[in-house]
Design a protein around this ligand. Structure first.
Ligand SMILES: *Cc1c(COP(=O)(O)O)cnc(C)c1O
Length: 354
């Protein structure tokens, strides 16, 4: 397949690095490619960023057949641009595609298109530490059809957004709220893939958390409401008794690439990492016994997000002295040093953009 490129006639002004927030500004170009049963995936093209024209009957609008990914391009101190483990994101996009009955894409071809897009909009990659170019690949069902079946046609797009820190608090610990009323995902469901409906389903509890003064919801398992799953759009880690513990992937937890990277780095430092079921009562118990020294979230947007406070029913605990602990800091520094090109990192983690 030949990637066609149409350059934008007029380029938008760039915001200053210091003014970047998250996900509000988009670059000059986007990638689009379409699918139909006769041609398969076809017409891959980079073109000026702009709106879609869709039928009001477009299936994604009614039945939510939509999947997405999130990754970042970073600018190194000497001005190069690099991606962090992008093949993992494209492999996961295909996992999501299979679960949502969406035709798979050619991962290697998609990576070449993605790199070409970032390269064309390279001036949009900010350089201040903590800033990056967020990359959002997504696929939507486009049949104009009312009636439940999987769509026959799809659009795969990639858009780019220069971003600052995900949380306005920066690396300061967040307050999380546990709900025992709402669940995010269930065994056999779609919690392990990045599909739009998961996030729509999480909004109500998240708004309740905000009203109570908390930043994020910590989800418990959807069956017994006893075991910790994940927090917001991050995987969760506990430092208990000097070991790093995280919920095992059980089919309802999103297999985060940051999660995988944290596990890999911690093990390479000789830290014991255990993936297992973690009861919420165990978390409170180990806090009571003084064994719980750190809690943090891990995800592309925030990288590492220390948790300062956990609230469950009428109990609230403060983790450590309420500030970011040494393991969170070490992981954050190690990951961002790799992402910003200060360290090489394990083989295959960094993909340069020409
Ligand atoms: C994307 C996401 C994560 C984190 O995955 P990364 O690959 O590390 O960005 C965790 N949980 C949910 C629900 C997510 O959507």
């Amino acid at each position: 397949m030949e990637l066609s490129i149409t350059r934008a006639g007029e380029l938008k002004p760039h915001p200053a690095d210091s003014e970047l927030s998250f996900g509000t500004i988009f670059t000059d170009h986007m990638f689009n490619m379409d699918y139909d049963p006769e041609k398969g995936w076809h017409d891959p093209r980079i073109e000026p960023y702009g709106p879609f024209i869709l039928s009001p009957a477009c299936m994604v609008l009614h039945y939510g057949q939509a999947i997405f990914e999130g990754l970042k391009a970073f600018r190194t101190a000497d001005g190069r641009i690099q991606l962090f483990r992008p093949r993992k994101n494209l492999a996961r996009l295909n996992e999501s595609a299979r679960r949502l009955c969406i035709p798979e894409i050619d991962e290697e071809f998609a990576l070449q298109c993605l790199k070409q897009l970032v390269s064309i909009d390279r001036d949009w990659v900010p350089s201040a530490r903590g800033t990056s170019l967020y990359i959002r690949p997504f696929i939507i069902a486009t049949d104009p059809y009312i009636g439940l079946r999987s769509s026959h046609t799809y659009r795969f797009s990639i858009i780019l957004s220069p971003v600052g820190a995900y949380y306005p608090e920066g690396f300061d610990p967040v307050k999380i709220w546990i709900t025992d009323k709402y669940v995010r995902a269930v065994r056999g469901g779609v919690g392990h893939v990045k599909t739009a409906g998961n996030y729509a389903a999480s909004l109500y509890a998240t708004e309740e958390a905000h009203k109570e003064g908390y930043t994020q919801v910590l989800w418990l398992d959807g069956v017994e409401l006893k075991y910790v799953e994940e927090v917001g759009s991050m995987n969760i880690f506990f430092v208990m008794d000097g070991e790093l513990v995280t919920p095992m992937l059980n089919g309802s937890i999103l297999p985060g690439i940051t999660r995988d990277s944290v596990i890999h780095l911690a093990r390479s430092w000789g830290v014991t990492v255990t993936e297992r079921r973690i009861g919420i009562e165990e978390v409170f118990e180990s806090h009571r016994n003084g064994k719980l020294s750190e809690v943090f979230g891990a995800g592309t947007a925030a990288v590492i997000s220390p948790v300062g406070t956990i609230k469950f029913k009428d109990r609230e605990i403060t983790i450590g002295d309420g500030s970011a602990g040494p393991v969170s800091r070490r992981l954050f520094n190690a990951l961002t040093d790799i992402q910003y090109g200060k360290d090489r990192g394990p083989d295959g983690w960094i993909e340069p953009v020409a």
